[in-house]
Design a protein around this ligand. Sequence first.
Ligand code: SOE
Length: 391
Amino acid sequence: MKIKKVGVVGAGFMGKAHCVALSNMPKLFTDAPYVPVFKTVCDIVPEIAEDFKERFSFEKACTDYMDIVNDPEIDIVCVCTPNDSHAEISIAALKAGKHVICEKPIATKTEDAKAMAEAAEEAAKKGIVSMCGYQYRRVPAIDEAKKIIESGRLGEITNVRAQYLQSWSADPRSPLSWRFVKETAGAGTLGDIFTHALDIAQYLAGNVTDVVSMVKTYINERPVQEGGVDLLGTVKLGDDAKKQVVDVDDEVSVLCKFDSGAIGSVEATRMAWGRNNYLTVEVHGTKGSLTWNYERLNELEVCYGMEDNDGERGFRKIYTGPANPHGDVTWNIPGMNIGYGELKAIEAYEFAKAVEGGYQPTTSFTVGYQLDRVCEAVLESNEKKAWVQVK
Ligand code: SOE
């Protein structure tokens, strides 16, 4: 089988997710276009890079991402760093002729997102692929939902409601990591998880054209986490810890108009006690509805309202499996279930197919830039307390 050599920049949570996915991709997909081989891992903390190198059997560890960019043997670069370095690393890698998969949100500033999209479009002319880590649209149930919508069985789509609710920062003792600092994160919940819900809503109902929003920060300062990888609220710091001001949002509520004519809402918070990875979407059409929740990601509920008799109407539950999109990644029997690991492997497979075919995947940097522009409109609407058109 063909091989492709991989460099990974950032050895935290997302570095791990990408590497587990890359290892599993050719094992789960029998028609995988290549076997990824781990060449170099980079992290600014040398001990973290070394430890990662050992655990994932990389050939080398380094602390300067240019070692990866300048390595002619490396074909693919995974950018898994905090948001403020996405643009610099991705553009350098694209210019060096590497295929790039970059975590979301694409950048901290719209001008950087634009520069990334432009660099990706230029590289695409030479068959170089870019992709953003909006993996949730690749959940088999979401692709099945898209198929059902496109079949017309739900009629004309009138309303889409998407939510992403988490609780890991609801406790004021949850430490301030780079995710709470505008300079490194760009935005708070807005860039971090609102964009995932928005991506699914847009995947199913078309692009958002206009927004009116409310954006709120509840906890204005937090104890500071010193160094190391982001702990996502799994530790609590006491009163003795140094405090720092939070200058990003905790919660976002947005009403949207879609270019398909549908209307709807997208909301996100990291402050919803009891909700963990509660990413949901509900779609209503003139003939039926569907609803899905990541916390039960293998289940899609559909109501073919106009097809059912009065008195028998209701949601039917589809357990996704081999007969649904990306069925080869699921186990043999619906209900055996897949999880986050397999989902990231689907993303790695879609990326590999695009690399092999020389085309841009559906979550290219151009899409990342469009999502960024919706976020920009959300912030402007909150400032102006008015509807704003997406640029
Ligand atoms: C934290 O909110 C986080 O890790 C996000 O950064 C990811 O994108 C999301 O998939 C899970 O939660």
